[in-house]
Ligand binder design. Structure first.
Ligand SMILES: [Zn+2]
Ligand SMILES: [Zn+2]
Length: 112
């Protein structure tokens, strides 16, 4: 398995998010075939090394191809950040945060 595929699966594959995993995260079908490097150098993303989860997104063939359009690729970047953030937020231990001396703003669902 390629390194970025493993990084992607390690992050997304658990009980809660399994349904998203082989999804194209743009059209929400089960046709996800490629894990796209959102910001890559050169034409072929397979040669680039942006292997952070915020740079990786599973797409169907059609939407992967569409990423050659710069503006669409920017949209993909935004969508990916939102979904990564949402997952990380869902994993926060709210009770623990409530016990810390931090501004109320950062406690719980205020920032959703
Ligand atoms: Zn798609
Ligand atoms: Zn790509």
């Amino acid at each position: 398995m390629q390194k970025h595929t493993k990084i992607y699966r390690d992050f997304w594959w658990d009980e809660l998010t399994l349904s998203q995993t082989e999804h194209c995260r743009i059209c929400d079908t089960w046709n996800g075939v490629d894990i796209h490097h959102i910001q890559g150098r050169g034409k072929y993303c397979v040669h680039c090394h942006g292997n952070q989860i915020t740079n990786l997104i599973c797409l169907c063939r059609k939407h992967h191809d569409l990423c050659r359009d710069k503006e669409f690729n920017k949209l993909v970047r935004v969508v990916n950040y939102e979904q990564v953030t949402e997952k990380l937020r869902s994993e926060l231990d709210q009770e623990h945060l409530n016990s810390l001396d931090i501004p109320q703003f950062y406690k719980t669902n205020n920032i959703l």
